[in-house]
Ligand binder design. Structure first.
Ligand code: BGC
Ligand code: NOJ
Length: 824
């Protein structure tokens, strides 16, 4: 058999994925930056940087979906005699003697070698700093003296990434730069309302520069053969309008064996209104000078890098499993948690599938992302909850997305996605269970960001639940609104006009009977959480007047939850599985009666997690149906069979060709719902086999050529069994899959569940599982937990805490170090 092509491998010791061939089947990217300043970087150094918001504060330019793919980035051109090459192969694509890209935790190191010269670039964003460091190390590995010409290259974006791509009648006249020593400043629009500028600096004297793109590149050339580089002669151009860039020119002589470091800095600065200028038209550079001074030597940069690595050590020390199975351990201990941080930071805004222009932070997305991230940095999760809740409306509805820069709801998309409110409970409960910080519920949070409208966060949770109760349909199931979790199930849209957006068009909704079983299940799960929270609050306020009120609130919501359970049992069951929805006219969706789309995954996931009808065998039947009808080689598809024609009553879902995206793709995001359903039902073997199918390290081989996207993270969608090319992966990185995979494995499979009073131990494992340990930092405690499954899939028999057996399965929280032994 032919050996399968491989593009890279895991290096667990360094927590890196090592790419050994630059021509990956799709750019394999990484993210730099943890707060405020961010960059995307591909394995050939493509990508861009931005401050907080990929739409409104784009620092460098990037052209998506380009030819060739992934053109534009931070490029170093090395001219050695007549040969020009780049350490990351692109853009010149000169064949290299050696190439390697190591994507690590918030850093990337790209190394190339050509004719006895090695160029290694370490890219990272130092903690708390608004800049990207590019430390380039040039080494002469040959026996001769090398005289090299080095050109750096960045292309500025005119800040607003949307208008940068379209408003050329203006853009071509606004560009402005300043040059001072070895620093090139980008100050377009600074003369008017902007108080920010960017700069590109190198910590050495330069022998030339360019700031005008056409002068540097040549109008009819490409990034692979810029005039200035090919001729080995910078033009010292000064950009006025057109397209400003930043390129340094440095002449480097290296003795045999000699190595030199160059620190390049791409920085972003904001000035106070009254300190914008140091002279008329001249930007005040004080802050830039200060930032440069913090990072102008190799030693300072190495220290900043060491701090970043320590930071990641500490984050990844919070939850650490040892199962002896490297493939599982590396996902749990490294990559899954890393992806959770990235999705928390970016929501669905900026990836190689999301342009950074279209979407901000999703209401539901961010709440889910939070569940994957809250154990890492709880205070950031806390702030996020407040930001999200601040975009809610007084009736409990909310903006579907908000912009990270302004934190304001996004009017382009508006609201009306009726699952959204429930997610606020999901996120908030996870936060309180992790931290024990009930005070967040007392925070004063406005509606639609309007000062003066503040009520407590608890009140926001209450109106979130009420929003569902106040919007029930004829079967007493939740009205779906524009869509529920499935953005593409637009049951009130009815569009024949290709110029209308499915998600914002509601041509009819008056008198709608469109109801969602997904929201029903979500409501039961989050409703139970809400009830438990109220009971907890009643307990905490025992003896005070509020205790009674919390108790009553718990009772009220319990009744609503019970009523919902009844409604699902009565109107939401199809015999072998849960229905998916009722359409506008009250007809079933996701029923055996339908020609296509007979069964959907979302309602199976949520209703099994909610255990609706478990006593009547509904849960077990539903889970079996997922195996029978949804499961395929690469995971479970979203619906089956796929829709083969456009059904205008259903909206966007049937607009997708068979097997892709919401039309029967494997939406990795919702596979974990069923897996958790399996875990709750105690079916460890089934849970594990579903999980392993979409666990990147388990199917790493498939990623190399079939899935195509990065093998170290989950992607949103893998083409389903009905697709033209089943198994192709798309939309990597920014997907709720990250948080759900984490939640599934950390809490339901490995069974370490934060709870209000401690940690609940409740694993659900395949019967082949061996003993394992989990080190878990939790608030001010640290637990060293050993679990012995003894061949059992579920059910904890005995928990021994610091040598004494405890009652039940919740390890009560007490600060300090503890050992825990668990027998199943
Ligand atoms: C896409 C969906 C996607 C959604 C995100 C829709 O327009 O077609 O596949 O999940 O947007 O909001
Ligand atoms: C991606 C969106 O970000 C998410 O909010 C949605 O639930 C899924 N697509 C499914 O449509």
């Amino acid at each position: 058999m032919e050996q399968q092509k491989r593009y890279g491998h895991f290096d667990d010791q360094h927590r890196e994925y090592v790419i050994t061939d630059p021509q990956t089947p799709w750019p394999w990217i990484n993210y730099l930056g943890n707060e405020d300043f961010f960059s995307l970087i591909s394995n050939t150094a493509g990508g861009y940087s931005f401050y907080k918001d990929a739409k409104f504060r784009r620092i460098t330019r990037y052209r998506y979906n380009n030819v060739p793919m992934d053109n534009g980035g931070r490029y170093f051109y090395i001219k050695d005699g007549d040969t020009v090459w780049n350490p990351g192969w692109k853009p010149c694509k000169t064949p290299l003697d050696f190439y390697e890209c190591r994507h690590g935790m918030s850093y990337t190191r790209i190394t190339g070698r050509k004719s006895g010269v090695e160029a290694s670039v370490l890219f990272f964003v130092p903690l708390k700093k608004w800049c990207e460091v590019q430390k380039l190390t040039l080494t002469n590995q040959s026996q001769e003296v090398k005289s090299l010409k080095l050109f750096s290259f960045e292309e500025w974006c005119l800040w607003n990434a949307a208008t940068d791509m379209e408003n050329f009648q203006r853009n071509f006249s606004t560009g402005e730069v300043e040059i001072e020593d070895s620093t090139i400043y980008h100050k377009t629009e600074y003369r008017e309302r902007r108080n920010h500028y960017a700069f590109y600096h190198v910590n050495t004297e330069i022998q030339g520069f360019d700031t005008d793109r056409e002068t540097f590149v040549g109008l009819y050339n490409e990034f692979s053969n810029p005039d200035a580089v090919v001729e080995g002669r910078p033009r010292n151009s000064h950009a006025h309008g057109w397209s400003p860039i930043a390129s340094h020119y440095i002449e480097v002589t290296l003795q045999p064996g000699e190595s030199k470091d160059f620190v390049f800095l791409l920085g972003y600065i904001e000035n106070e209104q009254d300190k914008k200028f140091s002279a008329p038209q001249v930007i005040n550079k004080d802050k830039a000078h200060a930032l440069i001074a913090e990072l102008d030597t190799t030693a300072k940069v190495d220290k900043a890098f060491a701090e970043l690595c320590e930071y990641w050590d500490s984050l990844l020390n919070i939850y650490k499993v040892r199962t002896g199975n490297d493939k599982l351990d590396r996902m749990v201990n490294i990559w899954n948690q890393y992806q959770c941080m990235v999705t928390f930071n970016f929501s669905r805004s900026a990836s190689f599938f999301e342009s950074g222009v279209g979407r901000g932070m999703g209401f539901r997305d961010s709440n889910q992302d939070l569940v994957g991230f809250v154990h890492q940095i709880p205070p950031r999760a806390r702030q996020r909850i407040i930001d999200i809740a601040s975009t809610q409306f007084p009736d409990g509805g909310c903006y579907h997305q908000y912009q990270p820069l302004t934190k304001r709801g996004n009017n382009d998309i508006g609201g009306g996605f009726n699952d959204d409110p429930c997610w606020l409970i999901f996120g908030t409960v996870a936060y309180i269970k992790e931290t024990g910080d009930f005070s967040i519920l007392d925070e004063q949070v406005p509606f639609d960001n309007q000062p003066g409208t503040e009520v407590t966060l608890f009140e926001h949770l209450k109106i979130s639940m009420n929003h569902v109760i106040n919007n029930l349909g004829p079967h007493l199931l939740p009205l779906i609104g524009r869509a529920d979790w499935n953005d593409c199930l637009n049951l009130n849209c009815f569009s024949w006009d290709p110029n209308e957006s499915f998600q914002t068009t509601e041509n009819v909704s008056e008198g709608t009977k469109a109801e969602s079983l997904m929201i029903a299940g979500l409501f039961v799960v989050t409703g139970k959480d809400y009830v438990a929270l109220c009971r907890k609050l009643a307990e905490l306020s025992a003896g005070q007047g509020s205790a009674l009120a919390y108790g009553e609130e718990a009772d009220r919501m319990q009744q609503a939850v019970d009523a919902m359970i009844d409604a699902v049992k009565k109107h939401g069951w199809d015999g072998e599985w849960y229905l998916r929805a009722y359409d506008f006219y009250g007809r079933k969706i996701g029923s055996n009666e339908c020609d296509e789309g007979k069964i959907f995954i979302e309602s199976q996931g949520w209703c099994t997690m909610a255990e609706i009808g478990a006593e009547d065998g509904m849960v077990a039947k539903s889970l079996d149906s997922c195996k029978k009808y949804l499961e395929c080689e690469h995971g479970m598809v979203l619906n089956s069979p796929a829709f083969t024609k456009y059904i205008y009553e259903y909206g966007e879902i049937s607009s997708y060709p068979e097997g892709y995206k919401e039309n029967a793709g494997i939406f990795c995001h919702n596979n974990p719902w069923v897996i958790i359903g399996e875990c709750i039902a105690g079916r460890g073997n089934d849970a594990w086999s579903h999980y392993a199918k979409i666990l990147p390290s388990y199917v790493e081989e498939k990623y190399q050529t079939l899935h195509k996207v990065e093998p170290y993270v989950n992607c949103q969608m893998v083409a389903g069994k009905d697709a033209f090319r089943p198994g192709e992966g798309k939309n990597s990185w920014l997907t709720g899959t990250a948080a759900w995979m984490w939640y599934t494995v950390s809490e339901f499979i490995l069974g370490i569940k934060p709870d209000y009073d401690g940690i609940r131990i409740d694993p659900c494992l395949p019967e082949t599982a061996g003993d394992y340990t989990v080190q878990r930092k939790f608030r001010d405690a640290e637990y060293d937990i050993t679990i012995r499954p003894n061949g059992s899939q579920k059910g904890v028999k005995r928990v021994v805490l610091d040598g004494s057996a405890i009652e039940g399965t919740v390890i009560p929280y007490t600060p300090g170090k503890h050992t825990v032994e668990v027998e199943m």
